[in-house]
Every structure is written in C-alpha cells, then in structure tokens.
Ligand binder design. Structure first.
Ligand code: ADP
Length: 194
C-alpha cells in the first residue's frame, strides 16, 4: 500500500490537490472534514456533537475523529491501493493513534507532503471559497483566523512529529494549482517508484 498524508493549514489547497492525486494515483481519499460534514448533514449524534466545534473554528475532540478513522481503515484497508489522508492527523495525539492503528494492520505512512502558504493568503483564499462553498466557517474572518490559530498551536507540531521520522517533505503551496500539482506529482512519482 502507498499511504500519504497531505498536510497544511486550512485553505492551503489540501482538498483540491487530494482530489487530483487520488485520480492520478488511484488512491482512496480520506478527509475528516468531509466525513464530519456528512455526519452533520445526516444529523447523527456524532455530527451534532462536531458541529459546535466546527462552527467556532475549533478542532473536534480527538476521540471523535480517531474513532471515525479507525472504522474507515477497518472498512477499506483491504480493498484499496492506499490512502491519501487530508485534514488528518491534526494533533500529535491523532498522529500517534494513526501509527498504532496502522501498526495493527501492518501498514505505514510512506510520506507527509506539507503545503506551505502564508496566513494572509490563507484568509484570502478561504473568504473567496466562502462565497460559493456553503460553509459557515468559511464566511467569517474571525472564525477563519481561529482555525489558523488552532493550526499553529495544535497541528503544526504534527509536522515535527513526522520530521523526526524522516517522513516530512515541504512543498511551496503558493502558485497556480497546476504548478503545485506538478510539485506534488514529482514527490509521488518518487514514492511510487520506491
Ligand atoms: P479546512 O482545512 O479548510 O479547515 P476541513 O474540512 O479540513 O477544512 O475542516 C473543517 C473543520 O472540521 C475544522 O475546522 C475542524 O473543526 C474539523 N476537523 C476536520 N478534521 C479534523 C481533525 N482531524 N481533528 C479535529 N477536527 C477536525
């Protein structure tokens, strides 16, 4: 299996690039943001619990997202060529839990591709997405800045965690989507060939 984490702050282009990568490399996309929004739309207890955190730009509690990922791995690990995780892990506790879940299945993360984008560019992109995305958390600048703050405090340390495992590659995340996809593809081709 080839398992990749697409890493970066909110608005860095993970969702867009993950969609391109799953198509080119035939991998399974796992976005915790999408999974949580599905639960919210279905008004499940999990979705309702998550909603108040998401609307405030805060991270949903670790046990909720770890549970969701655990069942995804159980459902799909035997059926797919690999996973692209997008928006997960977002805390060091989530990264440790993912390592344990993968160990149980004798699989591992091959690489973490991290998109670097400045805060001003992030806020600009998310506000623009908010014009069409139907996401309340994309429309309010305070909520967006809260998400960036959560990223800096809780998620950025995840990069260090994978850096220590020599699995982190930083990619310049500003430029045209096509140029960024080329940079990501270069890394992916190296991994596929490895
Ligand atoms: P973005 O990358 O633009 O923030 P996402 O769809 O990845 O969009 O996430 C939207 C929201 O869903 C986050 O602000 C957070 O509340 C919640 N969320 C998504 N993934 C996680 C996660 N792994 N851990 C905790 N909360 C999460």
């Amino acid at each position: 299996m080839l398992n990749i984490i697409l890493f970066g702050p909110p608005g860095s282009g993970k969702g867009t690039q993950a969609a391109n990568l799953v198509e080119k490399y035939n991998l399974q996309h796992v976005s915790t943001g999408d999974l949580l929004r599905e639960e919210k739309a279905k008004e499940t207890p999990l979705g309702l619990q998550a909603q108040k955190f998401m609307d405030q730009g805060k991270l949903v509690p670790d046990e909720v997202v770890i549970g969701m990922i655990s069942s995804k791995l159980d459902q799909m690990a035997d059926k797919v060529k690999g996973f692209i995780f997008d928006g997960f892990p977002r805390t060091v506790a989530q990264a440790e839990a993912l390592d344990k879940l993968m160990d149980l299945k004798n699989i591992q993360i091959a690489s973490v591709l991290a998109l670097d984008v400045s805060e001003e560019e992030l806020v600009k992109r998310i506000l623009k997405r908010g014009e069409t995305s139907n996401r309340a958390d994309d429309r309010d600048e305070d909520t967006i800045r809260q998400r960036v703050t959560e990223y800096e405090n809780k998620t950025a340390p995840v990069a260090t965690y994978y850096g220590e495992q020599n699995k982190l590659t930083r990619i310049a995340g500003e430029g045209t989507p096509e140029a960024i996809f080329d940079l990501l593809s270069e890394q992916m081709d190296g991994l596929v060939g490895a």
